[in-house]
Design a protein around this ligand. Structure first.
Ligand SMILES: NC(=O)c1ccc[n+]([C@@H]2O[C@H](COP(=O)([O-])OP(=O)(O)OC[C@H]3O[C@@H](n4cnc5c(N)ncnc54)[C@H](OP(=O)(O)O)[C@@H]3O)[C@@H](O)[C@H]2O)c1
Length: 165
């Protein structure tokens, strides 16, 4: 199944987070993330779920959380196993977005057909979690990117990748 789309914000080294949080939340990127995913299904790992504001699922979206402990309460979200997830089909007109973190990107990227990557053109200090480097992946190609924008002192742009194999 390759009907999912990954969404991530990475730094120059494809770092995505540190100590359970993001490296540098960028308000314009967070708005774009909301616009992309609103009304759709988002899939995340349990650690990413625990990092969400208020410890709740993201409003206006179906929140699915991969966990091996499904009895743990997940306010505003549903626990899902990998087999359940891989059997899932998006409703008509809906999309399934894979939103992290590292373990879930690694697990589900083979099932993704596209990836929206916000590239922050900075080294944001040592990350402890990473997104796979799509620029050196033979089965992914960069389709498009926006002009570089600046938020405060941070340059960034949006890149769109597609699976080729
Ligand atoms: N920059 C970005 O775009 C971005 C986006 C999202 C997250 N992040 C960052 O990424 C970090 C979190 O990533 P992470 O890799 O540590 O954790 P994660 O992928 O969010 O969650 C890991 C958890 O997912 C569950 N899981 C993973 N594989 C599974 C499987 N095959 N079956 C069932 N459950 C499975 C397990 O939960 P249980 O332990 O409950 O079994 C595992 O402990 C944070 O720093 C976060 O801020 C960054």
């Amino acid at each position: 199944m390759t009907n999912m789309t990954a969404v991530a914000a990475v730094d120059r080294r494809w770092g995505i987070g540190r100590n359970g949080g993001l490296l540098r939340p960028l308000p314009p990127d967070l708005r774009r993330f909301k616009a992309l995913t609103f009304g759709h299904t988002v899939v995340m790992g349990r650690r990413t779920f625990q990092s969400l504001p208020g410890g709740r699922g993201l409003p206006g979206r179906r929140n699915l959380v991969l966990t091996r402990t499904p009895e743990r309460p997940l306010p505003g979200a549903e626990a899902v196993s990998l087999p359940e997830l891989l059997a899932l089909r998006a409703p008509e007109g809906g999309e399934i977005f894979v939103i992290g973190g590292q373990s879930v990107y690694e697990l589900l990227l083979p099932h993704c057909r596209a990836a929206h990557i916000t590239k922050i053109e900075a080294d944001l200090g040592p990350a402890d979690v990473f997104f796979p480097n799509l620029d050196s992946a033979p089965d992914w190609r960069l389709v498009s990117r926006t002009e570089t924008e600046r938020y405060e002192d941070t340059d960034f742009f949006y890149a769109y990748y597609e699976r080729v194999l």
